[in-house]
Design a protein around this ligand. Structure first.
Ligand code: LER
Ligand code: MN
Length: 272
C-alpha cells in the first residue's frame, strides 16, 4: 500500500529549505498524527539526534513510522560530499552517511543521498565524479543491505547538481552497480524542471523507484502548483509503487496548512 509521509527538518543551517515542519519534533509529530499521516521523514543534523529517545518517543506516542532520513546535513553543516577531490574528505562523507544509515535502520528507515552526491568541478571532471559517486553508492548500498534497509539515491535538478538530473540518468548509474540495494527517489519538483514528462519518467523508473518526494512545481505543497497530479498518480499505480509519498515542500503558507493541503492531495490522488 502507498503510505503518506511529511518532512521535518531539525537542521538550523537548512532554513529556507523545502521542509514542511521545522525544529519542533514533538509538535510536528502531533500534527502529523492529527492529520492521519502514516509517517514522517526526518532531516537531522547528526545520527545522535536520530538515535535520541526524543525521536523514538515522538514516533511511538503518535503511532508514526519513520519513512526515511535525509543525509544532507553532511553538506549543509560540514561541507562534505561524495565527489570531492580529496580522498579523505570523500571518506568523511561516506562515514557520515554510514552513521545516518545505521541511525535510520534502527527505525527500519532508509537514508537518502541527495545533496551529498555533490558535483563535478574544482579539479574533478565529470567522469571522475561519476566514478566516485558510483563507488560510494556501491559501498553504501551494500552497507545499508547489511542493516536491512535500502539506500535511496535522488536525482536533483541542474541548479543543485551537475551529475544526475533525470530518472533515466539515475537508472544508468544504478546499472553500473553490482548491488541491487540502491533505489531512486522521484522528487516531483526536480522532475518538473528536468523531465520531458513526469509520468513517463516514473513509468521508465518502474521498480527502481523506491521513494517519492511529493511537492508541486513551485515547491509549494502538492495541489498548489501546476503539476498534473492525476497523471503522476496513474503512473505510480501502473508501476505498482508501494512506497512512501513524502511531502517535501515549503511550509507555505505555514507548516500546518502545508501539511493539511498535502494530506488532502494525498487522499484525493492516492486513496480511492
Ligand atoms: C533538495 O533539493 C532535495 O530535494 C532533497 O530531497 C535532497 O537534498
Ligand atoms: Mn527531494
Amino acid at each position: 500500500m502507498i503510505r503518506s509521509s511529511v518532512t521535518i527538518s531539525l537542521v538550523p543551517e537548512a532554513r529556507g529549505g523545502p521542509f514542511v515542519f521545522w525544529d519542533d519534533l514533538e509538535n510536528a509529530c502531533q500534527t502529523a498524527k492529527k492529520l492521519e499521516f502514516d509517517a514522517v521523514e526526518i532531516f537531522a543534523p547528526s545520527p545522535d539526534v536520530l538515535q535520541s529517545s526524543a525521536v523514538s518517543i515522538a514516533l511511538a506516542d503518535n503511532g508514526l513510522a519513520l519513512a526515511a532520513v535525509g543525509t544532507g546535513a553532511g553538506w549543509v553543516k560540514h561541507k562534505l560530499h561524495l565527489s570531492l577531490p580529496n580522498a579523505s574528505d570523500r571518506q568523511k562523507a561516506k562515514d557520515f552517511i554510514k552513521s545516518m544509515i545505521e541511525a535510520g535502520a534502527v527505525h527500519k528507515a532508509p537514508a537518502i543521498i541527495g545533496s551529498m552526491q555533490g558535483r563535478h568541478g574544482d579539479g574533478v571532471d565529470q567522469a571522475t565524479a561519476m566514478n566516485y559517486l558510483a563507488d560510494a553508492l556501491e559501498e553504501l548500498g551494500e552497507y545499508a543491505a547489511q542493516q536491512g534497509v535500502i539506500l535511496i539515491y535522488e536525482p536533483l535538478n541542474r541548479f543543485e547538481t551537475n551529475l544526475v538530473n533525470t530518472i533515466e540518468s539515475g537508472l544508468h548509474l544504478l546499472d553500473r552497480l553490482s548491488t541491487r540495494n540502491v533505489k531512486l527517489l522521484a522528487d516531483l519538483f526536480h522532475m518538473n524542471i528536468e523531465e520531458v514528462s513526469i509520468a513517463d519518467a516514473i513509468r521508465q523508473g518502474g521498480s527502481q523507484i523506491g521513494h517519492v518526494h511529493f511537492v508541486d512545481s513551485n515547491r509549494r505543497p502538492a495541489g498548489n502548483g501546476h503539476i498534473d497530479l492525476s497523471s503522476v498518480s496513474a503512473a505510480l499505480a501502473e508501476i505498482k509503487y508501494q512506497g512512501y509519498i513524502s511531502a517535501e515542500a515549503l511550509p507555505w503558507p505555514d507548516s500546518t496548512a502545508a501539511a493539511k493541503r498535502t494530506i488532502d492531495s494525498f487522499n484525493l490522488y492516492f486513496r480511492n
